[in-house]
Design a protein around this ligand. Structure first.
Ligand code: G1P
Length: 279
């Protein structure tokens, strides 16, 4: 089955960026001139996906306005030197459809994904957490690489990266065995949400890219609150992993944790240098 839809959980408060995120969604914080969520949508489009399903919450209307026409502004700059600055976003809007649903209560990433069921239906889909910004230069983006893995193994796929052992408490951590003939795909047999380093089976961390099979929704409906009292996608995926239905993929490319100030600044510098070297 083809992956046609991408879900963006975007209801979180972004408290680490207060006061910037008091009235602005964290997904709208820009790396150079482009909001984080636009980077995510572009990655999905590159992977052949054009249906974007966004789980929003209170105070997130700027996201909907961003993926829409702004008549007054566009009329004002029409024919002038600034018009070209909107070319990319206009082309994105014309290629994609965007649909939205609201998460009323914040009960974790698993709960946010379950809220998106109404937009996804009964088909496999991608998930992008916009605060993990990925880049693979001129080569295939992370989501595109993951879709190839999904096509091959026909089960849920999580993107992983090795992190320093003392940082395992920030991530879902997997354990698994390399599949025959590959050095970048693991059949997952254990997953733990944000373990202390002493309890972490490995240092292989899940980053904010997933391909999920739709049975995840029924599993999520029966998933109890886990770490932090929240419904965790990691716990739901563990149910699939018990039946060998999850692979972890060590993607090619860079990933910036733009949910942290350090990662955000690092991404800004990286894209600034990239832009200057291309000019
Ligand atoms: C979520 C997941 C976690 C994953 C991380 C990737 O955590 O729960 O398993 O490693 O995203 O960014 P969050 O960063 O939302 O706390």
């Amino acid at each position: 089955m083809k992956i046609k839809k991408c879900l963006f959980p975007a209801a979180g408060y972004g408290t680490r960026f207060l006061p910037a995120t008091k009235a602005t969604p964290k997904e709208m914080l820009p790396i150079l001139t482009k909001p984080l969520i636009q980077h995510g949508v572009e990655e999905a489009v590159e992977a052949g996906i054009t249906t974007m399903a966004i789980v929003t919450g209170r105070g997130k209307r700027a996201i909907e306005d961003h993926f829409d026409i702004s008549y007054e502004l566009e009329n004002q700059i029409k024919g002038g030197s600034k018009e070209s600055l909107l070319t990319e976003i206009r082309s994105l809007i014309s290629k994609c459809t965007f649909s939205y649903t609201r998460q009323i209560e914040m009960k974790g990433l698993g709960h946010a994904i379950l809220t998106g069921e109404t937009l996804i239906g009964n088909e496999p889909f991608a998930v992008v957490l916009a605060d993990d910004l990925c880049n693979n230069g001129e080569e295939d983006g992370v989501l595109k690489q993951m879709i190839e893995i999904f096509n091959r193994y026909q089960c849920s796929v999580v993107a992983i990266e090795e992190v320093p052992k003392e940082e395992t408490h920030k991530y879902g951590i997997i354990d698994g065995d390399l599949v025959y003939g590959r050095d970048d795909v693991y059949r997952v047999h254990n997953m733990i949400e944000k373990p202390d380093s002493k309890d972490a089976p490995t240092n292989m961390a899940i980053i904010g890219r997933y391909i999920l099979t739709p049975d995840i929704f029924d599993i999520l409906k029966n998933t109890k609150e886990g770490k932090g009292g929240e419904i965790q996608i990691t716990d739901a995926l563990m149910e699939q992993a018990k039946h060998d239905r999850v692979v972890a993929f060590k993607f090619k490319g860079k990933r910036f944790d733009c949910g942290s100030i350090d990662g955000f600044v690092e991404a800004t510098n990286y894209f600034y240098n990239l832009k200057n070297s291309n000019e």
